[in-house]
Design a protein around this ligand. Structure first.
Ligand SMILES: Nc1ncnc2c1ncn2[C@@H]1O[C@H](COP(=O)(O)OP(=O)(O)OP(=O)(O)O)[C@@H](O)[C@H]1O
Ligand SMILES: [Mg+2]
Length: 323
């Protein structure tokens, strides 16, 4: 079996007293678009920098296509495309000159392919980098990451600064890239930013992996909202017992619901009456993202309480979720 394109194995990185990455392990499979999510300072860029051998792990290791990040860094670079979160570019070069310079460092690229990428992202390569808008800088960064048709693309916050139309095209580009047997690892601040494009996501907070989930599973778990308009007044209580329904409020003949999972039981219950209209709200993934982190805060608080309680009569123990 071919090795996983990316393996992070018990990775820990400390900066003095700060534990930026704390015993993080996960694997990304070939052909996946994998999202790495977390708030500011969570440890995303630090993990990525270790993976790229830009900094040295305190302990643990990373592998790319079965090769060790540290020992085989040069070989890895041939199959890898990388967009750093803080891409440095020469201000006096144009976008095209920047790409030519980077292509030269990599021993040449297929310019027809680079031109295709520019066209897709609607990048203006004629201007000097100093004159670029942040979105245009990001486009040049993305193009340089893909210009050698990498087996593995590692992108630190690629969507930052891209307008919605360019984001759509960028997502289509990523899908095409993985359909050709390649793999994409990208970081982001929110789930809603990447939910349309990622297959799986890992959540990191304070350097710790909170969860790794399939996007399909998260969608199924996400709370959805529904507004039903009936021909006659309804009682909310009748719907609270329906499978998947969390909340129900009635205002005359209007019923507002929150539910998760399949809509089928709910529709069955609703259509026993005369329904005038159904309005379905979108998945609230931003809320779900926040829930992941709120839960962690609550757990950390609970652990701290337990630790204080334990201290009185027996040795302090810290649970797996303790900080
Ligand atoms: N070179 C460094 N020296 C000291 N501390 C650092 C260094 N790099 C990162 N850190 C610290 O490590 C932690 C993780 O930072 P990191 O840049 O990995 O977060 P991030 O998830 O990428 O955040 P953001 O979304 O803001 O980019 C932070 O507390 C940060 O201050
Ligand atoms: Mg970062």
């Amino acid at each position: 079996m071919a090795p996983a394109p990316i393996e992070i194995d018990h990775l820990t990185k400390r900066f003095g007293d700060v534990v930026a990455v704390d015993d993080v392990s996960f694997e990304i499979a070939e052909g996946e678009i994998f999202g790495f999510l977390g708030p500011n300072g969570a440890g995303k860029s630090t993990t990525i920098r270790c993976l790229l051998d830009l900094i040295r792990p305190t302990s643990g290791s990373c592998r790319v296509l079965g090769l060790d990040s540290r020992k085989d860094a040069v070989e890895i670079r041939r199959s890898l495309g990388f967009l750093p979160s803080d891409l440095a570019m020469y201000p006096n070069l144009t976008g095209r000159q920047t790409l030519e310079f980077l292509a030269h460092l990599r021993g040449g690229v297929d310019w027809a392919w680079v031109d295709e990428l520019c066209e897709r992202l609607d990048a203006d390569l004629g201007r000097r980098v100093a004159e670029y808008s942040s979105g245009n800088r990001q486009k040049v960064g993305i193009i340089q990451a893909f210009m050698n048709r990498p087996k593995v693309a590692v992108l630190d916050e690629p969507i930052t600064g891209l307008d919605p139309l360019v984001q759509l095209e960028f997502h289509a580009m990523l899908r095409q890239h993985v359909a050709e047997g390649n793999t994409v690892f990208l970081s982001s601040h929110t789930l809603s930013e990447v939910e349309r494009v990622t297959d799986r996501v890992a959540f990191i907070r304070h350097g710790r992996l909170v969860a790794v989930e399939r996007m399909d599973d998260l969608r199924a778990k996400a709370v959805r909202r529904l507004r039903l308009e009936f021909a006659a007044p309804v009682a909310a209580e009748e719907f609270l017992s329906v499978e998947g329904v969390h909340e129900a409020t009635a205002d005359g003949a209007t019923l507002t619901l929150q539910y998760e999972g399949s809509m089928a039981p709910l529709l069955k219950a609703a259509t026993s009456r005369e329904v005038l209209s159904v309005e379905s709200g979108s998945l609230d993934l931003d809320e779900m993202f926040l829930e992941f982190y709120r839960d962690e805060v609550a757990e950390a608080g609970a652990d701290a309480d337990t630790a204080r309680g334990d201290a009185a009569d027996e040795p302090t123990t810290t649970g797996a979720g303790g900080v």
